[in-house]
Write a protein that binds this ligand. Sequence first.
Ligand SMILES: O=C(O)CCC(=O)C(=O)O
Length: 218
Amino acid sequence: MEEEPLFPARPVAVAPGAVHVPGWLDTAAQRDLVRRCREWASGPAGMRRHRMPRGGTMSVRMAALGRYWEPYRYTRTLPDGTPVTPFPAELGRLARRAVEAAYGAPPDPADPPYDVALVNFYDAEARMGMHRDADERADVPVVSLSLGDTCVFRFGNTETRTRPYTDVELRSGDLFVFGGPARAAYHGVPRVRPGTGPAGIGLDAGRLNITVRATGLD
Ligand SMILES: O=C(O)CCC(=O)C(=O)O
């Protein structure tokens, strides 16, 4: 029998506007998302290791939904003109529920809609450096879902890539939302803990992260 948390954890405020909701997705929801990630990863914009403008290649593999993303811009198509997999309506619905779970209130209906998602895959060596999600025009909370191996998620401040920051262990099924005063905070993933993912979600190794965002672009 699969183990579900008896008392689902409550939201934990990491910083003003930044909320961690441990164990938000149950096993069935995680399994469903892993299956969908596989489909999205086989689409035209996934799974790529992007080159950084200053040289170097990201260790994380990424798939883009809704719009193509490469450091540091969104485009409607891939560089060769191939259309990107459309943004799945189910992710928009999930993101709105996530905001409500984190903040205790539904998103502002006047906000631009969620319209893009990045699916990140981390193997045991992959990392993500401290950065801000700054390519969106809309000031709408970012919704981040974790699947598979646990990682250390570093959530910092809006001024510098360095301290002060808080290290949070994100486990499979966890939700992290950052908006308002935390929307422009630096964040990154300095470490993944290989072999810590749960059985039964269809991911034998590695970590998947889905971030859902509203670009506010036309
Ligand atoms: O993998 C994560 O938890 C963070 C991903 C992230 O920071 C991003 O996609 O911008």
